[in-house]
Write a protein that binds this ligand. Structure first.
Ligand code: SF4
Length: 459
């Protein structure tokens, strides 16, 4: 029997679940069955995924006929097959996290922020104290470069409250990280940092919630923040920085303001493909009400794919030996401007599943390594002045679900959906469970919820 696995390259994410005599099921990231291979076709598919067993030409032909209707699934099976039958233990978990290659690392330098936004997934605030020390942060970016991450996003809380953010960004660039982005509310962006980021080709991502200052300040709970953020965007663009703007509609009533904020960002000169619109997540202070991302009527708006946070289009009813999947497009769309991360309001976090190199991770301000900024309960390991990121990602304190747990994967995906709006996080949350001393300690200290089972409202 094959271990359950994520199918590379598909968006939203797809999971393959081996149910022995019942065949091989392809589930989407909401746990819905999209296809099932049975009998000789299932046996042929298992062999393509690296399992051993007698060849069966008839089964191979039937599989090829079924896959002729689903080129995406055919590509995914080939890519998954190239990864082999799935390694055991921590190797399998590391493989499920790495997803064909490390793409995006989020580094939360501090949980402190000068704003107190209503939807903040970090629940950042002026009184928070967790922060990475300089030696630890440097070890993290060195590991990120060594692991081959394409994008490192330095964020928070408010990243500019970190006194060494400029040095750290330059260090990551010098270590060869192709895209280094600082995610900020930009109220503290001074001319010195602008000049420094321009020199080091460090990209900027900025949060904006409304065109109307009072409406924006109502979200951030910092009077005057709108004027300072807009002024900072202007100065950054004038200095030739790559600027991306993330607009999050925290609540339904904020959507008109969010659309106006997106239009303002474009008016300021931010390239349309670098303006991302999104809704809040059920993480931290955020609440995810199953809302679709608002459609932006502005003709300049970047075309909106189904992406995340909007109901995934259903494929045709699953049938035996068929694998017709709906053609999908990604919300990631084209690459961002040179030096910029891919656009989506959360910096491509939720679009990672679309990429062949779909691996992402996050380092939180308390030193924990987790699968994503939105999947914060599953601790993979910890970082410190001597490193730790590489160990956490190559030997994560998690394991792949197996046995009955694996058979309940569809249910686990559906439950994860209640907390996580993003396909790739749902799959990670459903596929992986904590193991080892860290999990045992967490279980003893905080009870089952800390054991990583996503519960409604926290992720
Ligand atoms: S959303 Fe960003 S700017 Fe707002 S409180 Fe959170 S970290 Fe600060």
């Amino acid at each position: 029997m094959l271990a359950p696995r994520w199918l590379p390259g598909e968006f939203p994410a797809r999971v393959l679940l081996d149910q022995e005599d019942a065949g091989l099921a392809v589930l989407d990231d909401l746990g819905r069955e999209l296809a099932r291979f049975t009998g000789p076709v299932a046996a042929a598919a298992r062999r393509r995924l690296g399992a051993t067993g007698p060849a069966d030409p008839a089964g191979e032909r039937l599989l090829d006929r079924a896959l002729a209707h689903a080129p995406g699934l055919a590509r995914a099976l080939t890519a998954a097959g190239a990864e082999g039958a799935g390694t055991e233990g921590a190797g399998a978990a590391a493989q499920a996290l790495r997803r064909g290659g490390w793409r995006q690392l989020f580094v939360e330098l501090t949980a402190r922020c000068n704003e107190r936004c209503a939807h903040c997934y970090v629940a950042a605030a002026p009184e928070r104290t967790e922060a990475l020390d300089r030696a630890t942060a440097e070890a993290v970016v060195d590991d990120a470069a060594a692991l081959g991450f394409e994008v490192v996003q330095l964020t928070g809380g408010e990243a500019l409250l970190c006194p060494f953010v400029g040095d750290l960004a330059a260090r990551a660039r010098a270590a060869g990280v192709p895209v280094v982005e600082v995610y900020t509310n930009a109220t503290l962006l001074d001319d010195g940092l602008v000049a420094r980021f321009a020199r080091d080709r460090v990209a900027l991502a900025v949060s904006l919630y409304a065109a109307e200052p009072a409406a924006h300040d109502r979200v951030t709970r910092l009077p005057g923040s709108h004027a300072r953020t807009v002024d900072a965007v202007r100065r950054a663009l004038a200095a030739g920085l790559s600027v991306r703007v993330g607009v999050v509609a925290a609540r339904p009533e904020d959507e008109p303001h969010a659309l106006a904020a997106a239009a303002l960002a474009r008016d300021l000169g931010v390239p349309p493909e670098s303006v991302g619109l999104d809704v809040a997540r059920a993480v931290g202070r955020g609440r995810f009400a199953g809302r679709a991302v608002p459609a932006d009527p502005d003709p300049r708006a970047r075309p909106r794919g189904p992406g995340h946070a909007s109901p995934v289009r259903l494929g045709p009813a699953p049938g035996r030996n068929t694998a017709a999947l709906p053609p999908v497009e990604t919300s990631a769309g084209a690459e961002g401007p040179a030096g910029g991360a891919r656009t989506g309001a959360h910096g491509g976090a939720c679009d990672a599943g679309a990429a062949e190199r779909g691996g992402k991770a996050a380092v939180l301000a308390d030193g924990r390594v987790v699968p994503c900024i939105f999947s914060r309960a599953l601790t993979l390991g910890r970082v410190g002045p001597d490193g730790g990121l590489r160990a956490a990602l190559e030997r994560p304190a998690v394991r792949l679900v197996e046995g009955d747990e694996a058979q309940g994967l569809a249910g686990a995906l559906a439950r994860a959906n209640a907390a996580l709006a993003c396909g790739s996080c749902r799959v990670t949350g459903a596929l992986l469970r904590p193991c080892g001393a860290e999990a045992a300690a967490a279980l003893a200290r905080d009870g089952p919820r800390a054991a990583g089972a996503p519960a409604r409202g926290d992720a």
